[in-house]
Design a protein around this ligand. Structure first.
Ligand code: SF4
Ligand code: F3S
Length: 365
């Protein structure tokens, strides 16, 4: 968890010692216009687990889905915590303002009334999910409920300003929620944030930066349909509308379900779910722009044969352009022979070597 948050060496021990024996931090979790996906995501966190969070670190005093109490007893628990103060407030879901807020009510109160009441004596606020952070699906055009984010409500002066962290995503990565909660209870504050109040340790890179398919992007190899040869070979999904290059999230590194997979790993483009207004992006499956791949038809026939060889046998281990190969492209056959070919399970004849070198020379120019 310390590594996930980009904390320095030794922070893990410090976190463990600070957490040990500390009274649990009260937590109120409000769910407004949402789908419960954010809570579903949190329940799949493995570092730390939700059990550790709510049994060791936090006193979860109010949460529609996870609390045992219901009705008046649940509302009484929330009001008691609010009266005592010193709690962390988590919000998932957007807040509807149209029609006097009647599109979403809880215990006879509009979401805005409940949020205003609950934030009054909160220490800080975490807006979990793209709905709470940016308006999300309910806020997509034509936004019939007048859905608005927590941050916008603060900026408009409708609720008091509090320290705020946004954890966008539809839903956010479970570790993004769990690690931010753990950081807050350990250090009494949030980790470093970007201009959109997102933790930089989690949202500092784009999905594209660390994508497992990025070699194919630079090689100009794009799947054109979901069932063509490129799709079967795991080529880049840019032309199928992938928004990875403009989406800040850690899906390519942390992945989902305890590091098992991600949308792109499973063959679907990133739809940009952690960016503001992603539902209104014109065409979830429309490419961002013309890709800057290499025009294969401009290559010699030998280089084209070399490219086919490279994509069949080499791209899984070596960077396109051969930048991680020892020396010039011309030196590749000799280097391979000197090593006895032990790291490779393929044998190339002289013509194939020549074709491969021709391709690598063009790529590294
Ligand atoms: Fe990966 Fe999408 Fe970037 Fe292609 S465009 S490398 S699939 S993030
Ligand atoms: Fe969302 Fe893209 Fe990750 S769609 S889940 S940010 S890969």
């Amino acid at each position: 968890m310390a590594a996930l948050l980009g904390l320095p060496t030794g922070a893990a021990g410090l976190m463990a010692s600070r957490l040990g024996g500390k009274p649990r931090q009260p937590l109120v979790w409000l769910s407004f216009q949402e789908c419960t996906g954010c809570t579903e995501s949190l329940t799949r966190s493995h570092a730390p687990t939700i059990e550790t969070l709510i049994f060791d670190f936090y006193s979860l005093d109010y949460h529609h889905t996870l609390q045992a109490a219901s009705g008046d007893a649940a509302e009484a628990a929330r009001l008691e915590t609010v009266a005592q103060g010193g709690y962390l407030l988590v919000v998932d879901g957007s807040v509807p303002l149209a029609h006097d807020g009647c599109c979403s009510t809880i215990a006879g109160h509009s979401n805005l009334e409940m949020l205003a009441q609950s934030i009054a004596s909160a220490q800080a606020v975490i807006a979990v999910g793209s709905c709470a952070a940016f308006g999300g699906l309910p806020g997509a055009a034509p936004n019939p409920t007048g859905a608005i984010s927590v941050e916008q409500l603060m900026d408009d002066g409708r609720i008091p300003q509090r320290p705020l962290v946004n954890l966008p995503g539809c839903p956010p990565l479970p570790e993004a929620i769990a690690a931010t909660l753990a950081h807050y209870v350990t250090f009494g504050g949030f980790p470093a944030l970007d201009a959109l109040h997102r933790p930089t340790a989690i949202y500092g890179n784009t999905v594209h930066d660390r994508c497992p398919r990025i070699g194919f992007f630079y090689a100009g190899k794009f799947a054109k349909t979901f069932d063509d040869e490129g799709a079967r070979k795991g080529w880049c999904l840019y032309e199928l509308g992938c928004k990875g290059p403009v989406t800040h999230n850690a899906c390519s590194t942390l992945k989902w379900n305890a590091g098992t997979s991600s949308p792109i790993d499973s063959g679907h483009p990133c739809i940009g779910c952690s960016e503001p207004g992603f539902w209104d992006t014109p065409g979830l499956y429309r490419p961002l722009a013309t890709p800057t791949g290499v025009d294969a038809t401009a290559r010699s026939e030998s280089a084209q044969r070399g490219q086919a060889l490279y994509e069949d046998k080499c791209v899984y281990c070596h960077e396109p352009g051969g930048t991680d190969l020892p020396g010039d492209a011309d030196a590749v056959p000799d280097a391979y022979a000197q090593r006895g070919g032990r790291a490779h399970r393929v044998q190339l004849d002289a013509q194939e070597w020549a074709d491969l070198v021709e391709y690598l020379k063009g790529e590294s120019r």
